[in-house]
Design a protein around this ligand. Structure first.
Ligand code: CAA
Length: 260
């Protein structure tokens, strides 16, 4: 497969996927979605990769959404298919067993915000602007925004943002819980890498299971969620990593986790 719209770097336990269409503010056409899907799958399969970062090229945009040139004159069937493809990719990001961090280096609009919301952690630069402006072109968010945005900011704020299409700045997004942290633009890359580096040494099975439990917490009732939690707890109690964690604690040394 030829990759023309994304860059991909792997090393030191981190895989970085960079959307590379600066001429379109990193807007996502179908080809780019397929590339992201393939990069995610590679990072999932690669046992040396512990953390995945998604970002955009340049200092203007993480991603300005679905490519409106691709959407132009789509028609009902193509429109539905484009929605389904984007939903599939955002689910792949959300369901990857490894932590995925969005490094939001500018505009995160429409499908760009939807991609960022599918990530586990969002770190934004001070110049970032976030929003779901689809209504301004007669659409609605189609890659999960109607479902994920209210889970972050509540139904009222989500409706306000989607009805108006307004953009909010990074600090406002942080206050709303939509981004985890805001840093000056020149510190975004280093902050994200430091955060990723902290996660690399954590026990992979515990991270994978807690990600799954938190992701499903809003879909399950409390009793089912607690049963799932207890089962995961039991699974973890039987891992080599748990034995290593306790031994390391008692021997006052750093644990070496193997994901077993
Ligand atoms: N699709 C295709 N091209 C885009 C794009 C998009 N979503 N966003 C920006 N671009 C292109 C522009 O067409 C322009 O290209 P040209 O130089 O060839 O004209 C280039 O990127 C730079 O953009 P601007 O000149 O518009 O830059 P600006 O600084 O004046 O404005 C902006 C920046 C506010 C982000 C503005 O570009 C904008 O509003 N973009 C559209 C954002 C949007 O509506 N996103 C939602 C798309 S629909 C969607 O995502 C549906 C879904 O839920 C999946």
């Amino acid at each position: 497969m030829e990759f023309r719209n994304t860059l991909y770097e792997k090393g030191e336990g981190i895989a970085t996927i960079t959307i590379n269409r600066p001429q379109a503010l990193n807007a996502l056409n179908e080809e780019t979605l397929v590339e992201i899907s393939s990069r995610i799958e590679d990072a999932r399969q690669d046992e040396n990769t512990k953390v995945i970062i998604i970002t955009g090229t340049g200092d203007r945009a993480f991603c300005a959404g679905a490519d409106l040139k691709m959407m132009e004159g789509a028609g009902a069937y193509k429109g539905m298919r484009l929605s389904q493809i984007g939903q599939k990719v955002t689910m792949e990001v959300e369901e990857a067993e490894k932590p995925v961090i969005a490094a939001i280096n500018g505009y995160a609009l429409g499908g760009g915000l939807e991609l960022a919301m599918a990530c586990d952690i969002r770190i934004a630069s001070e110049n970032a602007q976030l929003g779901q402006p689809e209504v301004n072109v007669g659409l609605i968010p189609g890659w999960g925004g109607t479902q994920r945005l209210p889970r972050f900011v509540g139904k009222g704020k989500a409706k306000e943002m989607i009805f108006t299409g307004e953009r909010i700045d990074a600090k406002t997004a942080e206050k709303l819980g939509l981004v985890n942290r805001v840093v000056p633009q020149d510190r975004l890359k280093s902050t994200v890498r430091e955060f990723a580096a902290e996660l690399i040494n954590k026990p992979p099975i515990a991270i994978a299971l807690v990600k799954q439990l938190i992701n499903t917490s809003s879909e399950t009732n409390l009793n089912v969620g607690l049963t799932n939690e207890a089962e995961a707890f039991g699974v973890l109690a039987s891992t080599e990593d748990f034995r290593e964690g306790v031994s390391a604690f008692l021997e006052k040394r750093k644990p070496q986790y193997k994901g077993k």
